[in-house]
Design a protein around this ligand. Structure first.
Ligand code: ADP
Ligand code: MG
Length: 697
């Protein structure tokens, strides 16, 4: 069985080689077979020199007409070739031996493969691979595409090709089990697994080489689909296995209505719909696992509070977790305002508590006196003992991977020895980062999804301007004039260096500039190096309008809600992701006043850079922004690195293969309907290999 056969059984694989193969995540012969080419080189045909264009990779041929060294400091070797029609191409080598330079003799034919670039005297190839021969003895062209594999240090293409040859020979002898049922394969007109692998590792001359290069060959589609299907299947299994547990049942009581009656506003239709979905989930005897997506300012906090009330009224505890202390603080204020009048007691934990106060809080939690417990994610790392935890709410968690969610399930368990079944708390996850649907299906496929796709009435879209940093001082003057009219503003200095210190300094310098130039302006400063207490004081002063301008780092990125603030300046906007800009900008436009945002950039701006900032100017729609971000920067930027860690693919590409995700999901559902455990394991070992964290023991 190739799925078990270790790589040491291959010729040329010793201890050292094995270590490098492990680095690529390869352990068995099957793993090697699923180490698929990243791309292909086409050395099957010659491209005429007159047809070359910049950026193209091509195989070319011509007679050498000159060979010389440049006189610059870093000498390079230039070899010029000409074709029968008189078209020229220069091959440029930066590293070469004297003897190598001597090889290029006038009149000889040079055949080169490489990427075409534009050089000082026309088109060039830099460091092409090449062959030399005389005109009367041209060697044969390759008859098929050359696969290029992902490599690692010390394990290059030639070694991988050699190993792959052996693996493919083994595959012909011991075919793999088919993973997808035949009916499904036939209905999609896709080839069998063994055929697909053979084609991709050793494309034949009669295969459609163009399709292969474009990753549109049925063999590639087959593998892409199988990989996406397997990932969807694992997510479905995760979800099903969680649904097998018990969870406490919460009926909707009187207190929810009491809060609704007391609020100064009516819920929007979208809020009402999402609230209904949550209320229904909480009334079921299995753990809710719901993700609420709602654009910035769509009113998620009150929904969280209503869910918390439902749990508390049924006599259970609810943990509310926020990503930053600032946000946790803000939630505490809201929850105190909303829940205490209903007779629901609150506890909170933060990093700056004195030990006596902390002990008191922990006591309230473990004895069950406090029903709502608010804090940062540290809530789950600390030695907090819940009394009857029934609901976990995680706010603003747009970067929370599958693995973290798994860990949470484990922590939240309330092992119930008397019952046969373990009881898990319900989970509500909230995010303000709209994620394109296809991506959400992949990253959050284990969760049910609710979307608040409506903003409270009366909000005016934020007007955004994009300005060069050359206008910085004018922008400062304008801001001050606005503040004198009663406007409150944010000035954000984003992280440029990876150092929290430099980051804080940039904000300090800006705050000082304001103070020096306009001594009457009330300026506050907030950054990650301040102590929790200091942060809370500054935020509070801003909230109370004791401060006109808050100079901040991206610590204010998520959640901060000061409705009177209506002006936001973001420096170095070109360095931030669109999703992050959208989050930051969402700190204004929360009241009924017309809000403005100025994005300052450091010129020169690349074309993509311009395009990105223009999107921010054109729209306030988080979903559109996320689609563009996906298009321009790929899934990693939207989900964050931790998130993509859980969804790395071998052949599928979320950007390229978006259209297949829905099909894959459907396939996974159909497949699971009749699949045996063996069939499931075949697919999971094949595609997840060592990374079986998806699977729950
Ligand atoms: P987010 O979804 O970004 O967390 P918040 O919950 O902070 O948004 O809500 C933003 C602001 O909108 C708050 O001041 C909140 O009180 C207010 N708000 C929430 N829902 C409504 C509504 N239905 N009508 C009017 N204002 C609302
Ligand atoms: Mg919020």
């Amino acid at each position: 069985m190739l799925a078990e056969q270790t790589l040491t059984s291959l010729k040329g694989v010793g201890e050292k080689q094995l270590e490098k193969l492990h680095r690529l995540g390869l352990h068995t012969v099957q793993d090697l077979l699923f180490h698929l080419p990243l791309r292909y080189q086409d050395k099957t045909k010659l491209t005429p020199l007159s047809n070359l264009f910049v950026g193209q990779e091509a195989l070319v041929e011509g007679e050498i007409i000159s060979q010389h060294l440049t006189q610059s400091r870093n000498t390079s070797l230039l070899v010029k070739i000409v074709d029968t029609e008189g078209n020229l191409l220069t091959c440029r080598f930066f590293h070469f031996h004297y003897r190598q330079a001597q090889q290029f003799k006038r009149g000889q034919i040079l055949r080169a493969y490489g990427e075409v670039r534009s050089g000082p005297t026309g088109l060039e190839m830099v460091h092409p691979t090449y062959e030399l021969f005389s005109a009367d003895k041209p060697p044969a062209l390759e008859d098929t595409l050359t696969p290029i594999y992902p490599t690692t240090e010390g394990l290059g293409q030639p070694s991988l090709l050699k190993l792959m040859k052996q693996a493919v020979a083994l595959l012909k002898q011991y075919p793999l089990d088919e993973g997808i049922p035949n009916e499904l394969l036939d209905s999609l007109q896709l080839p069998a697994i063994n055929q697909a692998l053979l084609t991709l590792h050793q494309p034949q001359p009669e295969d459609d080489l163009f399709q292969i290069k474009q990753f549109e060959h049925p063999s590639q589609k087959r593998l892409i689909l199988e990989e996406l299907m397997t990932s969807q299947m694992s997510l479905l299994l995760m979800r099903q296995s969680e649904k097998k547990y018990d969870a406490p049942v919460f009926a909707v009581g009187k207190k929810s209505q009491a809060l609704l009656d007391d609020l100064p506003f009516e819920l929007t239709q979208a809020q009402q719909r999402v609230l209904n979905e949550i209320q229904q989930d909480l009334a079921l005897p299995h753990p809710m696992q719901r993700l609420v997506q709602g654009d910035v300012g769509s009113g998620k906090t009150v929904i969280a509070a209503l869910a918390a009330i439902q749990a508390a009224e049924a006599g259970y505890q609810v943990a509310i977790m926020a990503p930053t202390e600032i946000l946790a603080e803000q939630h505490r204020n809201h929850f105190m305002e909303w829940l205490i009048p209903l007779g629901i007691d609150i506890a909170w934990l933060n990093g700056r508590m004195r030990s006596a106060e902390k002990r008191l809080m922990l006591e309230k939690v473990s004895s069950g006196t406090a029903q709502a417990i608010i804090g940062t994610h540290a809530l789950f790392q600390e030695s907090v003992e819940f009394n009857r935890l029934g609901l976990v709410i995680i706010d603003e968690q747009h970067r929370f991977g599958v693995h973290q969610r798994l860990a949470l399930h484990e922590k939240g368990k309330t092992g119930n020895a008397s019952s046969d079944n373990e009881s898990h708390p319900h989970q509500l996850i909230m995010t303000a980062t709209p994620i394109p649907r296809t991506l959400a299906m992949t990253a959050y496929g284990d969760l049910d999804l609710s979307i608040i796709d409506e903003l409270p009435p009366g909000r005016k879209p934020i007007e955004t301007a994009v300005l060069s940093n050359a206008k910085r001082f004018e922008v400062m003057e304008h801001l001050v004039a606005q503040c004198q009219q009663g406007v409150q503003a944010y000035w954000v200095c984003p992280l440029i260096e990876e150092s929290e210190l430099l980051h804080a300094q940039a904000a300090e310098v800006t705050a000082q500039q304001f103070k020096d130039n306009w001594p009457d302006l009330k300026v506050g400063l907030i950054h990650g190096r301040l102590k929790g207490e200091e942060k809370a004081t500054v935020m509070n002063a801003f909230q109370q309008h004791e401060i006109d301008l808050l100079v901040a780092t991206t610590v204010i990125e998520v959640g901060v809600n000061v409705p009177n603030a209506s002006l936001m300046i973001i420096e170095n906007a070109e360095r931030l992701g669109l999703a992050q800009l959208h989050q930051l900008r969402g700190r204004v436009g929360r009241g009924s006043k017309q809000s403005h945002c100025v994005l300052l950039y450091q010129p020169p701006l690349s074309e993509t850079g311009k395009a990105r900032l223009n999107i921010m100017r054109e729209t306030n729609d988080g979903f559109r922004i996320a689609e563009e971000d996906l298009r321009l920067r790929g899934p990693g930027e939207i989900l964050g690195t931790r998130q993509t860690g859980g969804i790395q693919f071998r052949i599928a590409d979320l950007k390229r293969d978006q259209d297949w995700i829905a099909t894959a999901k459907h396939l996974a559902e159909t497949f699971l309907d009749g699949a045996t455990n063996e069939q499931i394991t075949v697919l999971q070992t094949r595609w997840h290999g060592e990374r079986l964290a998806y699977q729950r023991a």
